[in-house]
Design a protein around this ligand. Structure first.
Ligand code: GTP
Ligand code: MG
Length: 137
């Protein structure tokens, strides 16, 4: 697969890191297919993260992800899903490799700066959640 989906999360936007994060993504060779600045409603966040609804942190995750604006994007590159997850680093920034986006910009396991799809199938589902065909280039 050659596409993935990302969100620059509310903590990173609020801290003024979105430009640096987008720059690191482009420098790593990803092309922007679609991009928007938006904010998830409570209902949006519940639906987007429905796969996590049995996990103990689901309520916190939904509240956090709807707490402020985000950037959402579809990105294109060979091996996009795996290469993007390498670029962002481990979920817990304390365990994220040096130079990864989460090591550089994340505050905690909850406020961890950025999302990256975990499979080609989920990348397509997540991209479709945010973007119409006319918004892709
Ligand atoms: P995403 O790219 O955001 O999906 O992260 P991930 O695939 O590395 O992690 P996962 O899908 O397992 O978890 C989704 C998100 O839930 C994480 O990115 C965190 O924002 C949040 N999360 C994961 N574990 C915890 C936790 O223990 N506590 C809290 N509060 N949030 C968590
Ligand atoms: Mg995930």
């Amino acid at each position: 697969g050659n596409r993935t989906f990302t969100m620059i999360k509310p903590d990173a936007v609020g801290n003024g890191h979105a430009g640096k994060i987008l720059d690191q993504i482009l420098e790593a060779g990803f092309r922007v297919v679609a991009l928007k600045y938006t904010q998830l409603t409570d209902a949006d966040a519940k639906a987007f993260y429905a796969v996590h609804k049995e996990r103990p942190f689901y309520g916190e995750l939904v509240e956090y992800m709807s707490s402020g604006p985000i950037y959402a994007a579809i990105l294109e590159k060979d091996n996009a899903v795996a290469d993007f997850r390498t670029l962002i680093g481990a979920t817990n920034p304390a365990e994220a490799a040096e130079g990864t986006i989460r090591q550089r910009f994340a505050e905690s396991i909850a406020a961890n700066a950025i999302h990256g799809s975990d499979s080609d199938e989920n990348a397509a589902i997540e991209g479709n959640f945010f973007f119409s065909e006319r918004e892709r280039h």
